[in-house]
Design a protein around this ligand. Sequence first.
Ligand SMILES: [Zn+2]
Length: 321
Amino acid sequence: MLAFPRATLRTRRRPAAAAALLKPAFRSAMAVVATLGALFGSMSAAHAALATDNAIPVVAAENFYGDVVKQIGGAYVNVTSILSNPDQDPHLFEASPKTARALQHARVVVYNGADYDPWMTKLLGATAAQSRQRATIVAADLVGKKAGDNPHLWYDPQTMPAVSRAVGAALDAADPAHKSVYDANLAAFLASLKPIDAKVAALRAQYKGQPVTATEPVFGYMSDAIGLDMRNLRFQLAAMNDTEASASDIAAFERDLRERRVRVLIYNSQATEALTRRMLGLAQQSKVPTVSVTETQPAGVNFQQWMLAQLDALGKALATP
Ligand SMILES: [Zn+2]
């Protein structure tokens, strides 16, 4: 079993100029936290009174968790999602002063954990003193994952039921007057996940054990749920961590595509570099069907629609003779 080591592989190849810019950005985020902390410390009573008249401020580090909060909280929540652009690589994200400001007001915070969004832990620590009423939901903690595990937990069919239940409980506690609304919305949300489970079961019945590969481990848990034989994990890990894949891992990947030893290439269109784009080209040349997946939920669809669309695309690709 391949581990997902963090510290050793987390050193990313970034242009020197970008690296120089990112660190001051985090420092200034902390400065904003400190300033706002001083301000809000004295205003906390007024702020609490205000909150009862308005929607519950919620911050989700990733927009699919934000979507779940919106589906359960409806009109009674005001959700800010930090990672919401499916054209950016979330593994390269760094916190900004804007992130810190959003967290300052949050009554409920949801994030992934398992080292996917380490900037959240830092910012939450910095705002802890001003946010005693804040409920924090960490997806990784709910499903027993930690740094070093595959962090793409929202592709595991077991994650969203656990996260949505925790969100429902947090909203019930933050706003007991609307408990019946949150409970009903939670039940509807859980029921709406059933077609995803059914699709996974159908794919599993038909394609369990089929060899596939991927450019990055984003789809890993879903692939495991379907029972696919996922190949070239070390290559995927290097792509995720933006480190060099070894020559032998690259050669094995190329051989799988060229000799059509895999039924499908799952392509993370959000974590691309020259090497993964080359693999996509090689798959197309070799007539290996490709399925494009993203880390971040695209605009205009909800979580359930996003997952189902990707599973449908995978089903079509696997059905290719
Ligand atoms: Zn990823």
